[in-house]
Design a protein around this ligand. Structure first.
Ligand code: NAP
Length: 242
């Protein structure tokens, strides 16, 4: 069985992806602070007969990321991570004229720099293998169309799409696919403070999506059936933006 690293797998969409992929991969659960929630995911995977391990690190910290992944490699000689889901992300919404340096930097650091630090590290081992690999980046509808109050988040998610397309071209000859998913409103902790009843009316299918629906799309992109899809951004938004 191969290994899959899912960043931000303690809650929400990352948790659903970890659970969904656990019948096909040994799961590495990354998180930043919520060890309680990460342990819950691990226990659930093990209860389903799967294999899971915790790998906490802050994806926005280059040194922490390198240290954590180096120690994983030391403990798993001869193994490599063949599926990476860059899912960790945060929102720090504000109108731009009021936005602080921290609000701008934190969102860019976790979404964009996090993608860079983790992916660069894993490519080192993915590239030389003949079995290749899969990289799936969790972008957002905000990165495709832009959202008022989310200049930081929209910029980070749009940059992630550019990086997805460029990296896909770089690594295609190595049998590695790189794709992004762009969810609309998904019911998770991240969207708990939003006016859900109002926003639901904007969505043609009339509801928020579930983490499991996003996980199902990620599962497809990670499968052998998706081997000819690369450099794509797949929307999953209930028709909100087509
Ligand atoms: P969530 O429920 O708030 O979960 C966020 C996850 O990211 C948690 O597991 C958290 O770990 C982890 N995380 C945060 N900062 C981190 C860091 N510095 N290093 C490592 N892990 C970190 O959010 P979600 O809704 O599932 O969102 C997951 C992804 O989907 C994000 O990239 C988000 O931008 C994207 N997305 C969400 C929606 C939506 O409507 N929910 C829509 C479009 C895109 P801890 O538990 O340790 O804090």
């Amino acid at each position: 069985m191969k290994y899959a690293l899912i960043t931000g797998a303690s809650r929400g969409i990352g948790r659903a992806i970890a659970l969904r992929l656990s019948s096909k991969y040994k799961i590495i659960i990354n998180y930043c602070s919520r060890a309680d929630k990460a342990n819950e995911v691990k226990a659930l995977i093990e209860a389903q007969g799967g294999s899971a391990e915790l790998l906490p690190f802050d994806v926005s910290d280059s040194k922490q990321t390198d240290l954590a992944l180096s120690s994983w490699e030391e403990n798993h000689q001869g193994e490599y991570i063949s599926l990476l889901v860059n899912n960790a992300g945060i929102r720090k919404d504000n109108v731009m004229f009021m936005m602080s340096d921290e609000e701008w930097r934190e969102v860019l650091d976790i979404t964009l720099n996090g993608f860079f630090y983790v992916t660069r590290r894993l490519l080192k081992h993915m590239m030389p293998r003949k079995h290749g690999g899969r990289i799936i980046n969790v972008s957002s509808l905000s990165g495709l169309k832009g959202m008022a109050g989310q200049v930081n988040y929209s910029a980070a998610k749009a940059a992630l799409i550019g990086a997805t397309k460029a990296l896909a071209l770089e690594v295609a000859p190595r049998n590695i696919t790189v794709n992004a998913v762009a969810p609309g409103f998904i019911d998770t902790d991240m969207t708990q403070d939003l006016p859900k009843e109002e926003l639901k009316k904007l969505v043609p299918v009339g509801r928020f999506g579930t983490s499991e629906e996003v996980a199902s799309l990620v599962e497809y992109l990670s499968s052998d059936d998706a081997a000819y899809i690369t450099g794509e951004v797949i929307s999953i938004n209930g028709g909100l933006y087509t």
